[in-house]
Design a protein around this ligand. Sequence first.
Ligand code: MCN
Length: 791
Amino acid sequence: MVDGRLFGASVRRIEDPRILTGHSEYLDDIGGASLHVAVVRSPLAHARLTGIDVSRASESRGVVAVVTASDLGSANGPFPHPSWFPANDTIQAAANPELQPEHIRLLASDVVRYAGEAIAAVVATDPYLAADAASEVGLELDPLPVLASPDEALQPDAPIINEGWTSNIAAHFVIAAADPDGAFQSADHVVRGVFFVARQTGTPIEPRGAYAAPERVGGGLTMWSSTQIPHWLRDALVVSLGLPPDKIRVVAPDVGGGFGIKSMIYPEELLVAALALRLDGPVKWLETRSEHFLSAVHSRDQRHDIELALRSDGVILGLRDRFVVDTGASNVEALIVPYNTAAHLQGPYRVPNVYIECTCVVTNKSPLSSYRGAGRPEAVFAMDRILDRAAKEIGLDPAEIRRRNLLAVQDMPYDAGIFYRDGNRLVIDGGDPRGCLERALEEAGYEGWRGRQQTLRDEGRYVGIGISCYIEGTGIGPYEVAEARIDPSGRVVVSVAFPSQGQGHETTLAQICADQLGVRLEDVRVRQGDTALIAYGGGTIASRTAVLVGNAVADASTRLKEQVLKVASDRLETAPEDLEIVDGEVRVKGIPSKRLTLAEASAAVLPGGGSPRLAGPGLEQRGAFEPSRVTFASGVHVAIAEVDVGTGEVGLLRYVVVHDCGRVINPVIVEGQIAGGVAQGIGGALLEELVYNEDAQLITGSFMDYLIPRAPDVPDLVIVHMETPSTLNPLGIKGVGEGGAISPPAAVIGAIEDALAPFEVSVSRCPMPPNQVAGLLPESPFPVWIGAQPA
Ligand code: MCN
């Protein structure tokens, strides 16, 4: 356990001076003299590719090559999809998932399955010349019937999108606990609702990009990618290029946001590498914003048909949910998102009997995968909406029904009766959801708002309160490693596998190391996101860095400290237990003048330094952390919203987050994480929707149409940390990177419905932009579903 000198302190982010003064190095800052790729994409959602005419493009100014699937031959794939994670044995036995395997190919060769799918690559001396030439590539496409929704794709006579499949069902599984049918039979109340979370995506300020440079000698390749998962990308390149791992290095430089969208392997990354080897020179591809909307993964797009069985006093007896996921043309990550949804549906509530059935359906839309929360916002939306409905039916206050069902601190650890994605039983290891609720209600001024609601209505103001409670399994395994060394100047260098996309790892990991080792924060440098630094690693996904890498850094730092003390003991002729490290110096306790600097300790174990046999050559240690299972973070959000019943506009008057991510390493960083997540969640609640028309053409493919929240849309947040240390890792940490994004859609939509209670409207979808809110009201001039899929 760290001593807490820096752990828990809101120290300023080490990376900020670099970033704020424009000295960070993003993908486009790397590789000046390279060739540039523009990708030719399908304009149609479903079509047979019968011909490609590259003649005009090939003759265009600056063009070096125009490449199609047939040019690439076997380098085009298909390869087993590297982001596709099948079920492990336990989940296979427990949920019996039927899963269609996915493949990745660099360029479409026969059939295109969504508008935006890559068909050809133009390589030119300049990105603009490449883009101009790309528009000269002639495509012959024979349109095929388009499936723009799961309902269409599930029709018995629907064309089957993927060759070799017998239906359009990409995945199907069932999770059950105890006796759900019995619970529904014996219930006093059964409440049912159909809820829809629309298709949304992450919009990092830096879109995707890749730059590949072949080695001049030796046949290797280095790729820089704005990826969250450099090691997995290296492994995918090993397969697609047929090179051994030691010939490939992947570096994630500074990355301007990822949000899960950059946590998969994309065809373009493999394509850029293949082109670099083919052309024997450096090649770069940078995604445009329009490409990002079309061909980076989308997320959400789930429809839940959910039922609760309740006792007359509002206590939940059972939950039944059948949900359908529109996976688009490709189920990129297999079970990750849908299983996350299923596993988190019960949330922090006591639900004794459970039946959850999931069906993932392919359609002719862009592929679907993880976006911050990765299936959890959808689960929480369905559960909180149905709870609000149950409260109404039974005549309970929405806070009261939650109070009666939420787990409390004395219920922990709580076995939810099902398995988590890692194959362990889903055991909520700790936390105090009921305590979080009470604190959140207090911070929100819940009773006061309830009391004033009618008065406000009498004044023509429609104000409502929404509550949402979540849990999140964080810190998923299998393991991570970290290395720490002291260089000859006495500075500490910590190396980790994970890259950062804005989470502040350079600071928080340095805090952990500095505390553990007894050095100053400014003497620690964190290096990350390079396969040459650390051979194996997962990625910055699933809110796992603080738990896994944080504990691995603590382990490496502890070992390093032991090594330093051994050397110092020899040099200072004092037993290690009588030594301490203070401000980067080893001192004899009580005799501060008797000391050894870390630089001197480092020099002592270098060749000729005199003490090599004592501690090995160089002060350098490796640490690891392998969690036994995930550790659950939790929290409660309360939104106070005012609806303008004339225009349908929703304003947030107050927004409270009370959360528990275990021991907080850096409160200001955690608050930033939550604020960012809440802003994205508010976008998901009120604005953001990837709308497709009946031809499966994306009609909200720019920031003019896909609206993200602006500063006035996000109120000042009240954020309260409730720290229940995790017992599953030495530092007591739980993850927080996604938590902020999980509850806002449920809380905000709950508040809208509550505000509109006098009109007796039900809100069953998100987002709810003004036209849709107004469309629910009597005599609205707005048709309800302008530009959006109905629930
Ligand atoms: N932290 C802490 N105390 C804790 C837990 C975490 O101080 N008890 C700190 C960590 O040290 C880290 C940050 O909070 O600096 C987030 O930690 P963690 O929860 O471990 O999440 P990860 O670092 O693994 O980041 C991934 C997570 C995910 S999955 C998405 S999506 C997401 C997110 O982080 N994308 C982000 N936050 C993001 N923030 C930015 N700026 N950009 C993104 O793309």
